[in-house]
Design a protein around this ligand. Structure first.
Ligand SMILES: NC(=O)c1ccc[n+]([C@@H]2O[C@H](COP(=O)([O-])OP(=O)(O)OC[C@H]3O[C@@H](n4cnc5c(N)ncnc54)[C@H](OP(=O)(O)O)[C@@H]3O)[C@@H](O)[C@H]2O)c1
Length: 273
């Protein structure tokens, strides 16, 4: 099975790879090597953010590599129309590129009350060609509905916390109904997911690593997924998720691991720092 370039179609007609490479907590100095290893392995979606403070290293790792789908995110304190336009230019400068493939609002920050203006800036940046596609991250249903109501533009994707212990079924349904791609952050539960006994059992059954099993579960649910690693063996191992299949029974066993207390990161409505 050759699924190396398995993609999903965004609501703006463009295509996005399902499997991507996350770079949160990868230091600027380590980013070039990690990103280059990922690209050489076959990943072509790379996810960074202004707040990760590694965009320069990510840009260096990409260099003149041509098969690339690059995402970055506008940080909270840069929200607002003019500030977002300026912040996006700074991202591009650090990345050393004239555009990104996907630009996201990192968090809705409801108490700031600026995410609609921020979204209008992203629409402008898309019109200018500085972002080929635009989306959001950590938006709740009401936040999504508000930006669509006020601008008529639906985000192409929403990047949210999603892993076997926190499966976000309600948000996935909202996204499906609105034509928004779901992209999973912390897909491995920040590395904790691999110690689950069910996952370990399926790893033995399939002859794959526990990590690849979890990533495969995301892929078979039609999600875009962003595992992160600085270990070249892990980077390559995770890529194997594109070349085997889980049975319906194995998928159901992982589906059963969902927990209402499984969230690891902040609750988006309460995160206003
Ligand atoms: N939008 C947001 O608010 C938001 C929030 C959090 C994350 N994200 C994005 O989502 C990406 C992924 O989330 P994450 O970084 O929290 O964590 P993650 O991908 O769920 O887990 C990363 C951890 O798993 C370990 N790991 C990876 N592959 C492994 C393997 N094959 N075997 C054993 N251990 C393995 C890594 O260690 P090693 O390095 O040792 O392999 C690391 O400790 C981020 O990098 C970022 O791009 C977005």
């Amino acid at each position: 099975m050759s699924t190396e370039h398995q993609t999903l179609t965004l609501n703006d007609g463009r295509r996005i790879p399902q499997l991507g490479f996350g770079t949160w907590q990868i230091e600027e100095e380590d980013a070039p090597k990690a990103v280059r290893t990922a690209l050489e392995t076959g990943y072509w979606l790379i996810d960074t953010a202004a707040i990760y403070k590694n965009e320069k290293g990510v840009g260096e790792g990409i260099g003149d590599w041509s098969d690339i789908f690059l995402q970055t995110k506008i940080w909270n304190e840069s929200q607002g129309y003019d500030r977002t336009l300026k912040a996006a230019d700074k991202c591009l400068e650090r990345l050393g590129r004239d555009h990104v493939d996907m630009l996201l609002i990192h968090w809705p920050q409801p108490e700031r009350g600026l995410f609609v203006d921020t979204w209008k800036a992203l629409i402008e940046l898309r019109d200018q060609g500085k972002a080929k596609s635009i989306g959001v991250s950590n938006f709740r249903e009401e936040d999504l509905k508000q930006i669509v109501d006020e601008t008529g533009v639906t985000p192409a994707l929403n990047q949210i916390e999603l892993h076997p212990s926190f499966q976000q079924r309600a948000m996935r349904k909202v996204h499906d109904d609105m034509g928004i791609i779901t992209q999973s952050w912390s897909p491995l539960g920040q590395g904790n997911g691999m110690s689950n006994e069910t996952v370990k059992g399926i790893a033995v059954e399939t002859g794959q690593s526990a990590s690849a099993v979890i990533i495969r579960w995301h892929i078979q649910h039609g999600l875009s997924v962003l595992p992160r690693s600085t270990n070249p063996d892990h980077i390559r191992d995770n890529f194997k998720a594109l070349s085997f299949e889980l049975s319906d029974e194995q998928m159901a066993k992982i589906d059963a691991l969902d927990s209402k207390d499984g969230r690891m990161g902040p609750e988006p409505g309460n995160f206003n720092d």
